[in-house]
Design a protein. Structure first.
Lengths: 232, 510
């Protein structure tokens, strides 16, 4: 691609900002940076980056607010960075429109992987036909036209709800989907006991797809946040 | 209101007493007549009458009846036994001396008798009270906690004085809800606990002076209230029901005595509580000191490693081989991972509030928690392969997912740390009765018997073997203990029969 993706890095700690920019630049991304939320919103408006890396612990305004503001007029992928304890904060950010998250301290490999995933999904959603025919990762293959799921070259049978969940995970492959999000998409709205049902369905899926459900290769759980299907 | 009630019994007793006097005098007269016919001298006759009078003094209420019967006995003696008989006249003038003397003797002995009698009963009454006071002191000595002191105090006060007693303790410069001991006056309780009465009690507290029934303040109140003055401050207010009448001086004295006992005991309890609090603060400071020392000690090594490696690269950039550089950098990376783990554990320690750890329980799938724990562990220790042994069915368990993850990560980390690289490590889960059990099993060298009992204690590090190289803090296992206990479970460690060690904990399913 000639047009290198433009990434806005919003992070108030200088050292962290430096290493992120160093790593991204090395990978060929163009970067702009800021250390506060207000400027972040302004820069998004003026420069229209392809992706935003947003630290939730900003000095001036709450990172969640930044997400809300940007989401008012743009679907730019936003990856948030937050401290480990704060599951609630991560879930809130994801539900408010963030695409993915990183937990501090994080490694550069994770960061790059998530950037790739976010950009790819955005690209697919914006430019291509939203429906895809086939999804393949490692030994898992899903054919949406034939509604077939094949793992390790064997066809497996999924119940209607399990299939719906798989479809959803595939659509957002590589991204963490919150419990609430999945429940809303599959059942319409979250009332009471759906979280338990969701766990049960996910466990069922894992048993059908994974070699060792306790050490999954495809469907990852982020405890307290949600689920993710790997995409590479 | 009071007078009507008191008159009625007086009338009753009067009739009873007149009756008693009549009987006694009649009997005395009959005995004397017998004596007369037998031919005894008059001295005996007089003495019998005097005996009768004494009996009247003993058996009846007092001086009035006694005096009357003295007069009656003289008159009877005169009537029946002096010439001329059956008349109040006397021939012998010496009787005019006998009669007054007889009267005086009767009254004197009678009065003395009554006095002795009354003093005897007063003494026995006092002795009973002293016994109860002694019992109260003894019980108060062994009371634990201000509430127990109060309840014992008012119980005995009430029993001593036969009235309902109520006590308000002080808290934050206000009075707490009262404790009451009811002397079976039934609905007088509701009066003494009424808003008006509580106001009087509060006033007593504010002024630090007595008020209520019989005092200058709220004379007509139902109860009499006294402030309880402790060594340093006002401890509360104690009140006693005066429905049956104001407190007599001796009763007030008893009330004050027992109250002072209660106050002493309360002061003692308060001091003891303060002492406990200080002890805990000191202990807390001591632990904090230990923690800081431990952390500082443990931070030095990785920091030294990082500084050294980075410094080497900066100084000798071009002179060292890429291979060496890579090794140094990987070492730095490992050190930071270790530091991160330490920080996680330290942060967990801040989740304590008043000695209890705050956890957010959610229904989680056990397999999900385990898989994430292993995943995180694997990021740091890529060479070790961990086997998972779980039942086929899905186990849902209410728990704080990230905390239990931390326990598992700590345990797995420990297993990896203390075993050779190719060691076998297994994570096992099973259900048993009302609990879900988690085990981390390794086949390394096991835990030495001397260390085993202390392994979950704070800041315990496997001292000698590890020293500075592969550190402790000893925080990891302590955190595991706290987290597991906060979930209502228990953790234990033991050596396996053949090789290695097992760490096992359970979480209740409830």
């Amino acid at each position: 691609m000639d047009n290198k993706p433009y990434i806005l890095v919003v992070e108030d700690d200088k050292h962290i900002r430096n290493f992120i920019i160093a790593a991204l630049s090395a990978q060929g991304y163009k970067c702009i940076e800021t250390d506060n939320g207000i400027e972040a919103i302004a820069l998004s408006l003026s420069h229209n980056p392809d992706l935003i890396i947003l630290d939730l612990g900003l000095p001036d305004i709450d990172g969640i607010e930044v997400i809300a503001k940007i989401r008012e007029w743009s679907k730019i992928p936003i990856i948030i960075v937050s401290a480990r304890e704060n599951e609630r904060q991560k879930v809130e950010a994801l539900d408010k429109g963030a695409d993915d998250y990183l937990t501090k301290p994080f490694g550069i490999g994770e960061l790059l992987a998530r950037i790739r995933v976010a950009l790819r999904h955005f690209f697919i959603n914006e430019t291509q036909d939203k429906s895809m025919d086939i999804f393949k990762v490692k030994k898992l293959c899903i054919d949406f036209t034939k509604r077939q799921v094949i793992i390790n070259d064997e066809k497996i049978h999924l119940t209607p709800i399990e299939y719906k969940i798989m479809e959803l995970l595939c659509k957002y492959s590589g991204k963490v989907l919150t419990h609430n999000f999945i429940i809303n998409e599959i059942w319409g709205s979250a009332i009471g006991n759906e979280t338990q049902s969701l766990r049960v369905f996910m466990a069922g899926l894992r048993r059908k797809i994974e070699k060792d459900p306790a050490q999954p290769e495809y469907i990852y759980t982020e405890v307290g946040v949600g689920y993710k299907l790997v995409d590479e | 209101m009071y007078t009507l009630k008191n008159i009625k019994p007086k009338v009753k007793t009067s009739i009873g007493e007149v009756f008693k006097v009549s009987i006694i005098m009649t009997i005395a007269t009959i005995i004397d007549l017998i004596f007369y016919h037998i031919g005894f001298k008059e001295d005996n006759i007089i003495l019998i009458y005097i005996l009768g009078v004494i009996l009247v003094y003993i058996k009846t209420n007092g001086y009035l009846t006694g005096t009357i019967s003295s007069i009656i006995s003289v008159m009877l003696f005169n009537f029946f036994f002096t010439e001329p008989r059956y008349s109040l006249q006397v021939y012998d003038k010496s009787y005019l001396v006998t009669f007054p003397i007889m009267f005086i003797v009767a009254i004197t002995i009678g009065t003395l008798t009554t006095k002795i009698q009354r003093e005897a009963s007063a003494t026995s009454e006092r002795e009973k009270q002293t016994q109860i006071l002694y019992k109260v002191s003894k019980k108060l000595l062994s009371a634990i906690g201000t509430d127990e002191v109060v309840s014992i105090g008012i119980k005995y006060t009430s029993r001593l004085l036969n009235r309902t007693v109520v006590c308000y303790l002080e808290e934050d410069s206000k009075l707490k809800a009262p404790s009451i001991y009811d002397a079976e006056e039934k609905d007088k309780d509701s009066i003494i606990l009424s808003k008006d009465e509580q106001a009087v009690a509060y006033l007593t507290f504010l002024n630090g002076k007595e008020s209520g029934a019989g005092t200058n303040t709220f004379y007509r109140a139902h109860g009499y209230y006294m402030p309880m003055k402790g060594q340093k401050k006002l401890l509360g207010v104690i009140g006693i029901s005066c429905f049956e009448g104001f407190l007599k001086p001796e009763q007030k004295f008893i009330f004050e005595t027992v109250t002072s006992q209660i106050v002493i005991a309360l002061d003692r309890e308060i001091l003891s509580k303060e002492q406990e609090a200080y002890k805990m603060e000191i202990e807390s400071e001591r632990l904090r000191g230990n923690l800081l020392r431990s952390i500082s000690h443990d931070l030095r090594s990785p920091l030294a490693g990082i500084k050294g490696a980075v410094g080497t690269i900066i100084e000798n950039g071009e002179l060292i081989s890429e291979e060496t550089k890579k090794i140094l950098l990987e070492g730095i990376y490992g050190d930071t991972e270790w530091l991160i783990r330490l920080v996680e554990n330290l942060l967990s320690m801040t989740r304590f509030d008043e000695g209890k750890m705050k956890i957010n329980k959610n229904l989680e799938a056990v397999e999900e928690v385990i898989s994430e724990s292993i995943h995180i562990s694997n990021k740091q220790h890529k060479e070790n392969k961990i086997k998972v042994n779980m039942p086929k069915n899905l186990i849902l368990l209410p728990m704080d997912g990230s905390l239990i993850e931390q326990v598992l990560i700590n345990l797995i980390d420990n297993a990896i740390k203390f075993t050779p690289k190719e060691a076998y490590i297994e994570v096992k889960v099973y259900e048993k009765a009302k609990n879900v059990f988690f085990e981390v099993i390794d086949n390394g060298t096991g835990i030495s018997d001397e260390i085993l009992p202390y392994i979950f204690d704070r800041f315990f590090t496997n001292g000698s073997k590890i020293s500075d190289s592969r550190r402790g803090v000893g925080l990891g296992l302590t955190i595991c203990n706290s987290i597991v206990e906060a979930h209502g479970g228990k953790i234990e460690a033991f050596n396996n029969e053949d090789h290695g060690a097992t760490f096992r904990f359970y979480i209740p399913k409830e």
